[in-house]
Design a protein around this ligand. Sequence first.
Ligand code: PEP
Length: 256
Amino acid sequence: MKTYIVGNWKLNFTVGEASIYLHKLLKTLPNYRDLEVVVAPSALALQPLSLQVDRHKIKLAAQNAFYRDTGAYTGEISFAQLRGMVDFAIIGHSERRYVLREDDKMIAKKVAAAIRNHITPILCIGEIESERAFGETKDVIRDQLIGGLSEVSDDELSKVIIAYEPVWAISSAKSAKLATPDEVGEVVNLIRKTLMDTYGAKASENVPVLFGGSVNASNAGAYLTVPGVNGLLMGASSLILNEFVDIIEIAKRVRA
Ligand code: PEP
């Protein structure tokens, strides 16, 4: 299976800054086989960057989109409009769940809309700190996983990527803590078991599972060696070009 290194730029970089970053990254990176490097700029930058990017080296992801393809939805951008421009879309990120109040029902519609438009959804799931403290992690993970995939058929499961992002470990959390590789492994196993129980072994074995939460160049290697982890999703570290390149190189070494 490929290894995925995904940078979520969130609400950072002007279109010009995003373009300069992409230019430098393209110049730095060789053409890696078996390593998928993905960046998720703001929606505004996607169109110009889609003309600039060399998709053999780097792919683009949307950070979000709306679940209807067209219609009276002022201010929204659809997966249909992004079709051909991006290869991936981050869906259900914790900032959209908890700041913008997206629920599993809406997230499921977005996952379906992405697949319908030939865009690979990266479905983010993860518990908040109090849910972990109260022993609810398993239930939250199962609910978000099954809920987010509720409109995905057995045949479509291979078109989905799951990202486990414990919300308490994301760098923007008030007192972010690092998840231990054991904690990550435990939840990744649960994700794989839930997929297997729901979709069967054959359909679920090729679903990539990524980890995200304060990943940087010092801990990337440890997370990438957790069994069942197929890549990393990161925010803060992806904004620093040198660090992002270091993490890509670590991934290449660790997964070679
Ligand atoms: C994220 O927001 O998806 C994320 C993992 O952020 P960070 O790497 O900054 O913790």
